[in-house]
Design a protein around this ligand. Structure first.
Ligand SMILES: [Zn+2]
Ligand SMILES: [Zn+2]
Ligand SMILES: [Zn+2]
Ligand SMILES: [Zn+2]
Ligand SMILES: [Zn+2]
Length: 218
């Protein structure tokens, strides 16, 4: 169990028994604000949260991942430990991952199956009008593409992680047709390569219409 000294680092502890500890916690969406909850840490390694966003909330004894999603965060299966916080001694919000509170936690959670692939996409330069390829293999790639697409004046030199200028040649049409579909290299868009929105390509801190409706429909 936790020592006195360890627990002295927090406020908001509501209950301590021989089996578990209950304390206040929360999760913040930069756009929609804080969702509060009660974090229950069992000394056998389980963690459950009761959401207290309102007294009738149905999220009772849910997993931390489910709580973080309910608080309108994306990618919670990976990042809930830094998305959920508790109150430090001085009242500040401290990410769970930075506390001693997870020392009993056993990660038995299986990651959900993601959208199989996000195909490569093109964004047109506002200066030279050439189309430039964005590969969407990782969440960072997706974010770069999403930002470029949203920008009215994206230009070749803005391409992240790559030296690119308007003088560089554009890809030929035959090459452009290859977009990285896992089923067929020349696919023009199918359910295996075109995503309508998932944790990887929507962002909880983005104000655009697509991200906003994805978060609210989650
Ligand atoms: Zn709730
Ligand atoms: Zn250009
Ligand atoms: Zn396809
Ligand atoms: Zn997606
Ligand atoms: Zn967005």
């Amino acid at each position: 169990m936790f020592t006195q000294a360890e627990l002295f680092g927090f406020i908001g502890i509501l209950q301590i028994t021989t089996e578990f500890l209950v304390m206040k916690c929360g999760c913040t969406n930069s756009r929609y604000g804080d969702t509060s909850g009660k974090l229950k840490i069992y000394f056998d390694g389980r963690i459950e949260i009761n959401c207290t966003c309102d007294e009738n909330c149905s999220k009772v004894n849910v997993s931390p991942i489910e709580f973080a999603r309910h608080a309108l965060r994306t990618n919670s299966d990976k990042y809930w430990k830094s998305q959920i916080w508790v109150f430090g001694r001085d009242g500040s919000k401290v990410q769970l991952v930075k506390t001693c509170l997870l020392k009993f936690f056993k990660d038995t959670y299986q990651r959900p199956i993601r959208q199989a692939a996000h195909r490569d996409e093109f964004v047109r330069c506002s200066l030279c009008r050439k189309e430039r390829r964005f590969t969407n293999r990782t969440r960072d790639d997706s974010r770069n593409y999403h930002r470029a697409l949203a920008s009215d004046n994206w230009k070749c030199s803005d391409m992240p992680n790559q030296e690119l200028s308007c003088d560089d040649a554009e890809e030929r049409e035959s090459r452009k047709a290859v977009r990285g579909c896992p089923k067929n290299p020349k696919c023009t868009g199918c359910t295996k390569c075109v995503c309508n929105g998932c944790d990887m390509c929507r962002f909880d801190d983005c104000d655009c219409q697509e991200c906003t409706s994805f978060i609210l429909n989650m």
